[in-house]
Design a protein around this ligand. Structure first.
Ligand SMILES: NC(=O)c1ccc[n+]([C@@H]2O[C@H](COP(=O)([O-])OP(=O)(O)OC[C@H]3O[C@@H](n4cnc5c(N)ncnc54)[C@H](O)[C@@H]3O)[C@@H](O)[C@H]2O)c1
Length: 334
């Protein structure tokens, strides 16, 4: 199959492109390089440009009339920045995605997989969430994701467009061959911060929120290895029509996580055992907008996609540490 991957120069997109190749498919990358590094595109078919550039999309479709599906990952993704710059987030994640979906439909490329997020879920007792649970997107970023879920559902109901929406939980780790991984200089997410503290690139790791209503007071997440996440896309692309036939609807939403909730303190313990040393810690109150957290009920992913996560949290931590050693070679910075 040939698969258009928007945002294919990014962290998850580049890993997904590789998983597609390993399964015998051909990714076609569309990325503006707004944030993703050129090095992650490697030697793949690449269009540098914007998802809302309709003439570029028409050229791309004319040059690749055999595209079977689009994985739409291109987006702005930094939550605090979305609070500061809501216009840019709504413009790029919402308005431009609408143009992309409309153009894909006109071009006769109706199969869309969309990258959504577990950050949409409202806090729930027990923390395990199914796709039908209540939502309460806490930031402009998360609201752009919810809006696009709704837009896709409405467009799929009214047009030829068909949508499989994947709600990712918390992707961590690197490509197993260390060809891509986290590329931002100062990652804000928990594992990136742990790696920085372990490598002495920052003095301590700060546990933000120690009085939350979880088993040890720290936030709970469902950390899924980015390679497992990439494989979920391969499954979803390969079985796209069957998935929608099975649900009997033109669109559907599927949680992509491991099904296990892990607290920040538990993640630190795993990290220290893989790293082989203690990490200096301090504590602070939760940051504004920090959620208590959730973990995925993964029944739907298992039943519809035949997919479950296979790699462990230790695998992900090990690959993140190895990537931190290696990434200078690929990115040119520590
Ligand atoms: N990383 C996470 O924790 C996480 C969690 C849930 C969902 N997601 C979603 O997964 C997707 C991929 O995330 P990621 O972590 O790989 O992010 P990323 O920033 O590494 O990748 C996004 C890519 O999109 C490109 N891009 C942005 N705007 C564009 C535009 N208008 N036109 C063309 N290209 C554009 C960027 O250059 C970048 O390469 C995003 O949609 C994100 O919202 C990520």
């Amino acid at each position: 199959m040939k698969v258009l991957v928007t945002g294919g120069a990014g962290y998850i997109g580049s890993t997904t492109a590789k998983a597609l190749e390993e399964a015998g498919h051909t990714p076609v990358i569309l990325d503006s390089l707004l944030s993703g590094p050129r090095a992650f595109v490697r030697d793949r078919i690449f269009y540098e440009g914007d998802i809302a550039d309709r003439s570029l999309l028409r050229r791309l479709a004319a040059e690749h009339p055999d595209i079977d599906a689009t994985i739409h990952m291109a987006a702005r993704i930094v939550v605090p920045e979305s609070v500061q710059q809501p216009y840019e987030y709504y413009r790029d994640n919402v308005a431009k995605s609408l143009d992309l979906f409309d153009e894909l439909t006109s071009l006769g490329l109706p199969r869309v997989l969309f990258s959504s997020s577990a950050s949409l879920y409202a806090t729930k007792d027990g923390f395990e969430v199914t796709e039908d649970d209540a939502l309460d997107p806490p930031s402009p970023y998360a609201r752009t994701k919810r809006m696009m879920e709704q837009a896709l559902q409405d467009m799929a109901a009214a047009t030829e467009l068909r949508a499989v929406i994947l709600r990712y939980f918390n992707p961590i780790g690197s490509d197993p061959d260390l060809e891509s991984g986290i590329y931002v200089k100062e990652p804000s997410h928990v594992l990136g911060q742990l790696v920085l503290a372990a490598r002495g690139q920052k003095p301590t790791f700060t546990v933000t929120g120690t009085d939350l209503p979880t088993r040890d007071g720290t936030g709970i997440r469902d950390y899924v290895h980015v390679w497992d996440l990439a494989r979920a896309h391969v499954r979803a692309v390969e079985q796209f029509d069957d998935v929608l036939a099975a649900v009997g609807a033109p669109s559907t939403i599927v949680n992509i996580g491991t099904g296990d909730g892990v607290t920040v303190r538990e993640l630190i313990a795993s990290f220290e055992s893989v790293f082989g040393a203690k990490v200096p810690l301090d504590e602070a109150p939760p940051r504004p907008g920090d959620a208590v957290g959730a973990f995925a009920n993964v029944d739907k992913a298992r039943e519809l996609l035949g997919w479950t996560a296979e790699l462990t949290i230790d695998d992900a931590i090990g690959s993140a540490l190895a990537w931190a050693e290696k990434r200078h070679e690929i990115l040119g910075y520590e």
